[in-house]
Design a protein around this ligand. Structure first.
Ligand code: URA
Length: 202
């Protein structure tokens, strides 16, 4: 139902329009100078599962699509392993513009961009927030006040946490970033095992 009569579509489009003109961001000039685009997110606006990555890489910033490079191919494989396609889920990032040289997003950038992520979560109202990597894990665990459960991603990945939200209980499932699979088969095995946890929420 991705047409202009759909309120979710309109609310997400509003976020896109604001991000296109987001001059307050220190990444705005870099985006413009390099012909990059902001990467808002894509997928099913009624998805049960929302994946949240870190920030766009070069391919993503060129194509304005999340996870469309090497990490995206891993993500597609992981989704296929539980019979899911991109169209079944919603995929976005904490930071919506590419940081130079794929450096980690700064605390200031995270603070600046997360109000947009918060609005996306409120619009889509997912049952499951699956974080990809430590930056989105930290942001989402803190946002949902799971301070007691906090720890390194090496300990928390694949576990299911629950938190209340205005649309009911949300499950938060920290996952490793798909890029780790590019550096070792054992990490890919961990990701494949953790993705099985998601299957019951499809
Ligand atoms: N890595 C991310 O965290 N997000 C993307 O969109 C691509 C790579």
């Amino acid at each position: 139902m991705n047409d202009s009569t759909d309120t979710r579509y309109s609310a997400l489009k509003q976020i896109r329009d604001e991000l296109l003109d987001f001059k307050e961001s220190p990444l705005f000039e870099y985006r413009k100078k390099n012909g990059f685009h902001p990467v808002i997110g894509e997928g099913n606006h009624y998805a049960n599962i929302m994946f949240i990555g870190e920030a766009p890489g070069e391919n993503e910033a060129k194509q304005a699509r999340p996870f469309c490079g090497a990490s995206g191919r891993i993500l597609d494989e992981l989704l296929a392993s539980i019979d899911l396609k991109r169209e079944d889920v919603y995929v976005t990032n904490v930071v919506k513009d590419r940081p130079p040289e794929n450096r980690d997003p700064s605390p200031e950038e995270i603070e600046l961009y997360t109000p947009f992520l918060d609005r996306q979560i409120d619009i889509i109202q997912p049952k499951v927030l699956a974080t990809l990597g430590r930056f989105s894990m930290k942001y989402i665990m803190d946002k949902f006040e799971l301070f007691m459960e906090s720890g390194p991603i090496s300990k928390l990945h694949g576990q299911i946490f629950e938190a209340p939200s205005s649309w009911g209980t949300v499950k938060i499932i920290p996952l490793l970033h798909p890029a780790v699979a590019l550096y070792g088969a054992s990490k890919k095995g961990v990701l494949l095992a953790d993705f099985k946890v998601l299957k019951e929420f499809v």
